[in-house]
Design a protein around this ligand. Structure first.
Ligand code: WT7
Length: 648
């Protein structure tokens, strides 16, 4: 039996949510099983401002997805910014919507709902003036400034589809995304700021757009005042065009299934795919999960310290919190700048009540000692969240005992870019927790574990995590490539969505995510495909072949381990390593760093030439004695050399 933590009193008390008790959760889940359409239509009407209220729930199923995307609320029409902005004006016009903390501690900007509404309207008018139209795409390549959220909402205001690209991605990665979605505009800033270092966002944008004819306009927000090159007729300063616009911009009303955004994410093969989320279902699910998992209260100061470049930032910094009229923090800096107390310093100064971060940050901060935490007043905190990767029980307990002083519940939220919002997680006031478990599914989410033979596991057991039955927040398709959407998620187990994760279910029905079972690695909560690394590495002249796998890393969760086979005539050297490093950096981004290189005479292959990745994984995990069946190997001597030269 694993330890179980009851809900601290201050988390339990004062909640008015139907999900505030486990019995309530059970009752709601039952309704989602018996009457999913009725349930989600009720939620949609309650949480979202519609132009025309939907009368239809789900159209299609996981069986019909090969024929075309499923739909939710298909006859409804709306503009998501009316839920996020206009609907809050009457009751919360002077409430702070965005609380921004810049790179320097105490460098703060606030925007009330009224101010945010006006700023989004001006920016939307500016985008219109630049020629961006309903249904066209805009890439947003920015740091964590309020203008990033404003840009997202401004696109949504006019029906344009945004695709935010994380500011760490390289020019090549940015160009791939610009091309794939056929962007007409790019919104960026001169430079980003993180831990006193500048990030040359405009410079990278210029490089990415060299020779690209599709992008007609680049809107540039001035953050640092650093020098930038300028392309006449294409580049426009934010501060020159936005302030002169009218703060009235009627929202373009779209159908529920109109795309809201595209977000690129890595899979096991090929280039990142553009996951498409649509307006009505996504917003419904974002608002519902945000309000319930964190048990949001009107005077909460809610802080999710992710980046808007990832799905967490979309759903739980921007869309969910604003649709719920919350005060949402945007944090520009690093958890360790100027020192490891930065988060708790912010908690004290802003009286943060709900705090949401990633296990990698928790582990890194725990390693710096309790002093950085205890010197700040954390009495405002009520709920602590984690997301992005499995949290090890030690880190969980540190978060619970030291950061939350045993007064807060921890919500370990499992979900994915594709699920749109939290799918398996404690409900803060209701769910007793177990360190390391994401606990129980959200209402409307029906997890299934499948075994190696494609059979459903009942009761306790371990297998591959799938979800049976659609929910409104699920991704609808891959941009321009619906067959890839079908092949990636719906073909492994017919009639089910396959998550790519392994998972165990215990006797209490609690879920324990064990990590990816495909060739995706999760480094510090950043999802990366081994295929992307391999393609960057083999582009180096000296390299014949490369095999990349993840291995356990004490802080980052997973590290990146690369096996390199050199071309004849080359010897391993620091110079080659530097070249390999540079290739990953320029082709993927600064966050794509190989931790360990091992030069090997060859990769382990079957007689039919397929790389046996399982062997690469086992050696990198420090378990060369557990290689399993190696009888199909073409050349066993390769394995002996790999084991002998292992870096772990
Ligand atoms: C993958 C999705 C969802 C926002 C951030 C990542 C892993 C996510 C957890 C968790 C264990 C988790 C899974 C998942 N993951 N949350 N609480 N416990 N693993 O989104 O980049 O789409 O990555 O992150 O492996 O499949 P993403």
């Amino acid at each position: 039996m694993s330890e179980i933590y009851d809900i601290p009193a201050r988390v339990r008390e004062g909640s008015d949510s139907p999900l505030a008790t486990l019995d309530g959760w059970r009752a709601v889940r039952e309704r989602t099983a018996n009457d999913p359409d009725g349930f989600w239509l009720d939620v949609a009407k309650r949480r979202v401002k519609w132009h025309r209220e939907p009368t239809q729930g789900l159209e299609g199923s996981f069986h019909t997805i090969p024929d075309g995307p499923i739909q939710w609320f298909a006859d409804g029409t709306l503009n998501v910014t009316e839920s996020c902005l206009d609907a809050n004006l009457a009751t919360r016009g002077d409430k702070i919507a965005i609380l921004w903390e810049g790179d320097e501690p105490g460098q703060v900007r606030t925007l009330t709902y009224r101010e945010l509404h006006a700023e989004v309207c001006r920016t939307a008018n500016a985008l219109k003036a630049l020629g961006l139209q309903n249904g066209e795409r805009a890439i947003i390549y920015m740091g964590m400034v309020p203008e990033a959220a404003i840009a997202m909402l401004a696109c949504a205001r006019i029906g344009a589809i945004h695709s935010v690209v994380f500011g760490g991605f390289s020019a090549e990665a940015l160009r791939d995304r610009v091309r794939d979605c056929g962007a007409q505009a790019v919104i960026t800033q001169d430079e980003g700021m993180r831990g006193k270092r500048t990030i040359p966002l405009k410079k990278v944008t210029d490089e990415a757009l060299e020779g690209e004819r599709g992008v007609k306009k680049v809107l540039v927000y001035r953050r640092t005042g650093g020098d930038v090159d300028w392309v006449e007729d294409r580049d426009v300063w934010w501060h020159e065009i936005v302030p002169e616009q009218s703060d009235d911009c009627p929202a373009v009303i779209v159908e529920a299934e109109h795309p809201l955004f595209i977000l690129y994410t890595s899979g096991s093969t090929g280039k990142p795919k553009g996951v498409v989320h649509t307006c009505g279902g996504y917003l419904t699910y974002a608002a519902y999960t945000h309000a319930n998992v964190f048990d949001l209260r009107e005077d909460d100061v809610y802080a999710c310290v992710a980046d808007v470049g990832w799905i967490t930032g979309h759903t739980y910094i921007v869309y969910g919190p604003l649709a719920n009229g919350a005060t949402t923090l945007m944090f520009e800096s690093l958890p360790t700048y100027p020192d490891a107390g930065r988060y708790w310093d912010m908690v004290e100064r802003h009286r943060i009540t709900v705090f949401y971060t990633a296990p990698t940050a928790i582990r890194a901060l725990a390693a710096q000692g309790d002093g950085h935490v205890t010197k700040y007043d954390r009495s405002s905190l009520r709920v602590l969240g984690t997301v992005g990767e499995p949290i090890n029980p030690d880190a969980w307990r540190w978060y619970y005992d030291v950061v939350g002083e045993k007064r807060c519940n921890i919500v370990d939220t499992w979900w994915q870019t594709e699920t749109g919002g939290i799918s398996i997680s404690p409900i803060a006031p209701a769910t007793p927790t177990k360190p390391g478990s994401a606990t129980l599914p959200m209402p409307g989410i029906f997890p299934v574990l499948m075994d190696g033979d494609g059979k459903r596991i009942r009761g306790p057991g371990e297998g591959r995590l799938c979800i049976e039955f659609s929910w409104p927040g699920q991704a609808r398709t891959v941009w321009n490539d619906h067959p890839r959407f079908v092949a990636t998620y719906f073909q492994h187990y017919p009639g089910m969505y396959f998550t790519g994760d392994g998972c165990r279910r215990d006797a209490d029905g609690y879920y324990w995510i064990t990590g990816r079972v495909d060739d995706v690695i999760n480094v510090s909560g950043h999802r990366m495909g081994t295929a992307e690394f391999e393609s960057a590495l083999v582009s180096v002249d000296a390299v014949a072949e490369a095999g990349v796998v993840g291995y356990p890393h004490p802080i980052k969760g997973q590290g990146v381990y690369a096996y390199i086979v050199l071309q004849p005539g080359y010897e391993p050297s620091d110079a080659i390593e530097a070249e390999l490093h540079a290739a990953c950096r320029t082709q993927i981004g600064a966050h794509a760093k190989v931790d360990l290189y091992q030069f090997v005479p060859g990769l382990p292959k079957t007689r039919s030439g397929k790389v046996m990745r399982r062997i690469l994984r086992k050696v990198a995990e420090g378990e060369p004695d557990k290689l399993g069946d190696v009888s199909t190997l073409a050349d066993p001597s390769v394995v002996a050399a790999i084991v002998a030269g292992a870096k772990v």
